[in-house]
Design a protein around this ligand. Structure first.
Ligand code: FAD
Length: 375
């Protein structure tokens, strides 16, 4: 008889872990309170950035590099090209800052990258106000991932491997006895018994696992989809990679859906919880901030007239590092959480690590930085 693992949460983390667990021979049941994928989840958006640049934090660069072949493998197996490597552009406003650290780490890791001087920026990205930048750093292995498509594709692979995916099952209670989880109860009163349990409930982690008082703060993140008012062709993905202007606190993605591109703010928004704001809200204050940012850096976009919002939620830890660990006081409960607005790109690697932890007690990836005990 195969051991059964119940995975709670069908976002990118739960889906990836379920995939690797099934590959390791587990009988897997994946439960999600909603349809999978769904727009309320952090994984429920069109695009997520794939970048290897993390300033001087080489640990994340290394993890992104390790994730890349896994994304390619998943994409190939599912015959869906959800990873698009159209490059990633970090734009430096000051010298000797984050971008120079990124450059050093990329070079140390032997990853191909290119410095774009002001003249290059003018030539390749004429929509950018090149005078506002010191230089650009382009790494061509970066790009973007079609997020909801990736979740669907991985869940499709899971199902092919026998994973039972059950949507609209909200886990409402976790029963514990003698240092073990003895079962889960869903909202309809059904029990879900298993040998092991992996929780990947995103922004709902604190609510579901109340008893553990987990150090996760949920914030409401606004993003704006806007239609470029001029020169639309310039914003197509083949000409315009996803970008980050770290010191301005904004990132952007090329035109990708019905002629709309996306601008998002890097920092944490106001505390919130999923469902507490209309999904398509664009607050006047956020719109003003985005216009001011664009006026400085991509002036021809600042006068956009067509836009729509998308509200999503970050599940933040205090230090911005993730949690992939066993649940305290519980020999058969595991947690993947606190992905703090930057976890998507690492999902196949972290899913694999979580599966190894559950099946074999340790993982190839060093999870020390993601242990719960650090808080
Ligand atoms: C605005 C925004 C921009 C981002 N940009 C990037 C980016 O560019 N690059 C990047 O790498 N990362 C990015 N991230 C981070 C990335 O999207 C997340 O780290 C990742 O999607 C988290 O996935 P998850 O599976 O942990 O959570 P989620 O995708 O939220 O999935 C959790 C799932 O659990 C289910 N669930 C919750 N509670 C229960 C319950 N009680 N019972 C059953 N099911 C339950 C939910 O319905 C949901 O489907 C961004 C995040 C946000 C919010």
């Amino acid at each position: 008889m195969k051991n059964t693992t119940v995975v709670v949460g069908g976002g990118i983390m739960g889906a990836s872990a379920a995939y690797w667990l099934s590959r390791a021979g587990r009988n897997v049941i994946l439960l999600d309170q909603a349809e999978v994928p769904n727009r309320h989840a952090a994984s429920g958006d069109q695009l997520r950035i794939f970048r290897m640049t993390y300033g001087k934090d080489a640990f994340y660069t290394d993890m992104a590099a390790k994730s890349l072949p896994l994304w390619s493998e998943l994409s190939q197996q599912s015959s869906d090209k959800f990873l698009v490597q159209n490059g990633f552009l970090d734009l430096a406003v000051k010298a000797h800052g984050y971008e120079e650290q990124c450059l050093k780490v990329l070079k140390d890791h032997g990853r191909p990258c290119q410095i774009l001087q002001k003249g290059d920026l003018r030539r390749y990205y004429p929509m950018m106000n090149s005078r506002a930048f010191r230089f650009g750093l382009l790494h061509r292995e970066g790009g973007m991932i079609w997020a909801m498509r990736a979740v669907s594709a991985i869940l499709g692979l899971c199902q092919r491997k026998g994973v039972k995916v059950r949507s609209r099952v909200e886990v409402a209670g976790v029963a514990k006895s003698g240092g073990r989880i003895t079962g889960l109860k869903d909202r309809a009163g059904r029990s879900w018994p298993a040998e092991d349990y992996l929780f990947a409930p995103g922004a709902w982690t604190g609510q579901l696992l109340k008893g553990w008082r987990l150090p996760i703060k949920v914030t409401r993140q606004s993003q704006i989809y806007l239609r470029p008012p001029f020169n639309r062709g310039r914003y197509r993905a083949e000409h315009f990679p996803p970008f980050l202007i770290k010191s301005a606190g904004f990132y952007g993605l090329p035109m990708h859906i019905h002629g709309f591109m996306k601008i998002g703010e890097l920092g944490q928004g106001a505390p919130g919880r999923p469902g507490d704001a209309p999904e398509r809200e664009v607050s006047p204050a956020f719109e003003r901030k985005v216009r001011a940012f664009l006026k400085r850096y991509i002036p021809e976009l600042a006068g956009f007239t067509e836009c729509e919002g998308h509200v999503n939620y970050y599940a933040n830890t205090r230090d911005g590092d993730f949690i992939v660990d066993r649940l305290p006081g519980c020999s058969n409960g595991y947690l993947m959480a606190g992905f703090s607005g930057h976890g998507f790109k690492f999902a196949p690697l972290l899913g694999q690590a979580a599966a190894q932890l559950i099946v074999g007690g340790k993982s190839d990836l060093n999870l020390h930085r993601f242990r719960l005990g650090r808080f």
